[in-house]
Ligand binder design. Structure first.
Ligand code: ADP
Ligand code: TRP
Length: 320
């Protein structure tokens, strides 16, 4: 199975990003081909700061390598290092119906949020379609909000194939299992835009402070509580081994404990869970040339594949 996904360079990853997305990318890296790229061309539709864009792109690579993406198994690269994709984007745009594009909700959402309307934002799904098609991807792991873009991609690929022959492989979305929406410090869905996120690479001391500030209810200590409806327990269970999870659930059902103890256990479990990733990140941070080498090697593999696909498309439609 050929897997591909793009990751937006959108700042420091939090627990929700890990359990809802990154962990699953890493689980899929042992497939026949797993291609992951940092979507810096897509980010350019909204970022207007040279330093910020290049730093965020680099940091995102560092983060996912530290979290376990293995460059010997998966291909990791920067989107902009594969110019073939932008050429492919034009081929797809040339027959992308306006009506289809106007139905895309991501453009409307972004403009409604106050982002300036630009053609890059409007054609965002076509570039994403080119990303998918350039590597003959069969499966694209994405969050629910991106499924419409994969459908647009299938639509555009089908149109091209129906005019010019079977050039493109039609990818399928693989919706990431983030049904277990990770709660934030206020109990609502963790999100960097709600100010309730705990970052994976936060210093342990600061992370502990954030955990101790997680909102809890004011029921008396002695009351029995239902672990399954408690966001603190939900967080704890993401990090704890099964036996610790079970015994914590039992403590909840019996009552007679303080939330402070649970928070302490949560902070310890989270620190232990990400300890190796913290170490790996520090090691990589000291070796920027290694990170650049990984991205460079990834780009070479990706360009070779995208070059083949682009040539196929150019020949089919009369450009080559
Ligand atoms: P944010 O809401 O912080 O801006 P993004 O929208 O950039 O996060 O999310 C990137 C990926 O992480 C998406 O696939 C999304 O589904 C996943 N994700 C983000 N927050 C959570 C969460 N609280 N629980 C589960 N998955 C999440
Ligand atoms: N649009 C995706 C997002 O906002 C990122 C992305 C760009 C992507 N190209 C892709 C995802 C191709 C999957 C496949 O998260």
């Amino acid at each position: 199975m050929r897997v591909l996904s793009g990751i937006q360079p959108t700042g420091r990853p939090h627990w929700g990003n890990y359990f809802g997305a990154i962990r699953q990318y890493i689980d899929l890296q042992s497939e026949d081909a797993a291609y992951y790229f940092i979507a810096n061309l897509h980010a350019l539709t909204t970022i207007r700061d040279r330093e910020a864009l290049s730093q965020a792109t680099y940091d995102t690579a560092l983060d996912i390598l530290a979290l376990g993406l293995d460059p010997n198994q998966a291909v990791l690269f920067k989107q902009s290092d594969v110019p073939e994709v932008s050429e492919l984007c034009w081929l797809l745009m040339s027959d992308a119906p306006m009506g289809l594009m106007e139905r895309c909700v991501s453009y409307k959402d972004k403009v409604a949020k106050g982002l300036p309307a630009n053609l890059g934002l409007f054609t965002y799904p076509v570039l994403q379609a080119a990303d998918n098609l350039a590597y003959d991807s069969e499966v694209v792991p994405v969050g629910q909000d991106q499924v419409q873009h994969i459908e647009v991609c299938r639509d555009l690929a089908q149109r091209f194939n129906s005019h010019f022959g079977e050039v493109f492989v039609l990818p399928k979305p693989h919706v990431l299992d983030n049904s277990a929406k990770v709660p934030g410090t206020d109990g609502e869905k963790m999100s960097k835009s709600y100010g309730n996120a705990i970052e994976i690479f936060e210093a342990p001391k600061k992370m502990k402070k954030q955990v101790m500030r997680i909102a809890t209810d004011s029921r008396p200590m002695e009351d029995a509580k239902d672990p399954d409806t408690d966001h603190l327990y939900q967080l704890f269970s993401l990090f704890a081994e099964e036996s610790a999870r079970e015994s914590m659930a039992e403590t909840y059902r019996q009552g007679g404990f303080g939330y402070g103890e649970v928070k302490k256990a949560l902070a310890e479990a989270a620190e232990a869970y990400f300890a190796e990733a913290h170490e790996r990140r520090a090691e990589l941070e000291a070796k920027p040339e290694r990170v650049n080498e990984i991205l460079g090697d990834g780009a070479a593999v990706a360009r070779k594949k995208a070059g083949e696909v682009l040539k196929r498309a150019q020949q089919a439609c009369g450009l080559a």
